[in-house]
Design a protein around this ligand. Structure first.
Ligand SMILES: Cc1cc2nc3c(=O)[nH]c(=O)nc-3n(C[C@H](O)[C@H](O)[C@H](O)COP(=O)(O)OP(=O)(O)OC[C@H]3O[C@@H](n4cnc5c(N)ncnc54)[C@H](O)[C@@H]3O)c2cc1C
Length: 386
């Protein structure tokens, strides 16, 4: 078989790339390790999309159910600091959108099913470091001749290993819990985040299509030493009241509690010969600002722009300058976001009294500066494109 672009990994980013390139007459196939059936998480896991990612989805005709967020209150749970981000501060209607992970994954992968090899993976690649086109051997023995391999196979990327790319890795020694709650006082369009010694607690509205009027989603990151050996359900039962009183709401857990160990990684190089890394294959960050998938969408956008432009000019996709432009445009932006998340994790994870004081004073004065807040919002919205 011969196809210009092979995508390793049929997650949201891999499928997005396939849909956009095919719309521009560039043929792709997807190699996906899983069987194709989504693990049923009963609508618990959500992702927060920024304005740029939403726009990208709309442009390829994908419209998941969403809850709009037009204001975010960020509180220091141990002090008095509070900062409020409002969409109207930047002249927008919304800051971000919450959608169900599984729904988005299904909507975006269904149209790509016919060109996806499920239950499969890339075993080896011939001609990785030569001028000739690469030849891929899949686990089932199939051989594919191609120009370019897009690595969208998530954390622990298999194709990154085959291409001998290396990354930094940092274990946050934290666990994220995510679950659905009933809320007594659902102020539509509002999200809340509390930074405290009991963890970083984010409360966001859910899309209303499934009768979720009084339901919210929680993403709660906790230091492993604070979580201890207690079962997560007991930890939640014993500690959620702290956030209820901080936010002046009453919350009832209404779903299973999913948990994820938290770490970050970032590759020194995103390209090696004809292999390019995108999304979680290239980088992962702390979920505190809900930016993980948005960085992946921004990668996919720039990658598709470069590939489509070289197609129109008749330049080979694996031409070094094409891939290098993608890497230059995305690597520094992703690294900046990763380091910003680490700064907040360290600042709010600190028990040092002086740091706490600076934190409270800093947050309160930041809250008064419309200019600085607008800068943060624009950066997080993904509209500041390089
Ligand atoms: C608790 C938690 C909450 C989060 N919340 C948010 C949020 O609110 N907002 C946000 O933007 N992000 C969030 N994220 C991050 C977000 O989920 C990821 O950034 C996003 O899913 C990455 O998409 P991806 O397509 O790059 O990778 P993945 O979703 O990891 O997809 C990779 C795909 O590759 C496949 N694969 C794996 N190995 C192979 C192989 N060897 N060969 C072929 N295929 C393979 C996998 O089966 C999968 O289908 C959160 C993450 C966590 C852990």
């Amino acid at each position: 078989m011969e196809v210009p672009i092979v995508i390793s990994g049929g997650g949201i980013i891999g499928n997005y790339i396939s849909l956009r390139l095919e719309k521009n007459n560039i043929k792709t196939v997807i190699v996906e390790k899983a069987s194709g059936f989504l693990a049923l998480d009963k609508g618990i896991r959500t992702v927060t999309l920024n304005e740029h990612s939403m726009q990208m989805l709309k442009n390829i005709g994908i419209c998941p159910s969403i809850a709009q967020i037009n204001s975010i209150d960020v509180l220091d749970g141990e002090g008095t600091g509070k900062i409020q981000f409002l969409a109207k501060d930047v002249g927008s209607e919304n800051l971000s959108y919450v959608t169900y992970f599984n729904e988005l994954q299904k909507l975006i992968s269904d149209p790509c099913k016919e060109r996806t090899f499920f239950n499969n993976e890339i075993n080896s690649v011939q001609n990785l470091n030569t001028e000739s086109d690469p030849e891929i051997m899949l686990k089932d023995g199939m051989i594919i001749k191609t120009n370019l391999i897009a690595g969208c196979d998530g954390r622990n990327s298999n194709i990154a290993k085959i291409a001998s790319l290396t990354s930094s890795f940092d274990d946050y020694l934290q666990t994220a819990l995510t679950f659905v709650v009933d809320i007594n006082n659902n102020s539509h369009g509002k999200a809340h985040q509390v930074f405290s010694e009991k963890g970083i607690f984010a409360l966001m509205p859910l899309p209303e299509g499934r009768g979720e009027m009084n339901k919210c989603t929680v993403v709660w990151s906790i230091k492993n030493q604070v979580l201890g050996d207690e079962p997560v359900s007991e930890f939640v039962k014993n500690n959620i009241s702290f956030f209820e009183s901080k936010l002046n709401v009453s919350l009832k857990v209404k779903s299973e509690i999913l948990s994820f160990k938290l770490s970050n990684h970032h590759f020194e190089n995103y390209i090696s010969g004809p292999v390019v890394l995108l999304g979680d294959a290239a980088h992962s960050i702390h979920p505190l600002a809900g930016q993980g998938i948005n960085l992946g969408f921004a990668d996919a956008d720039v990658f598709c722009e470069e590939v489509i432009s070289s197609y129109k000019k008749g330049i080979a996709f694996n031409e070094k300058s094409v891939l290098k432009r993608y890497e230059i445009r995305r690597k520094s932006m992703n690294f900046l976001m990763l380091k910003s998340m680490d700064f907040f994790v360290d600042l709010f994870g600190s028990e040092n009294l002086y740091l706490r004081l600076i934190r409270n004073l800093g947050i309160s004065s930041l809250n008064k500066s419309k200019f600085v807040k607008a800068f943060f919002i624009r950066h997080a919205s993904g509209m500041n494109k390089f």
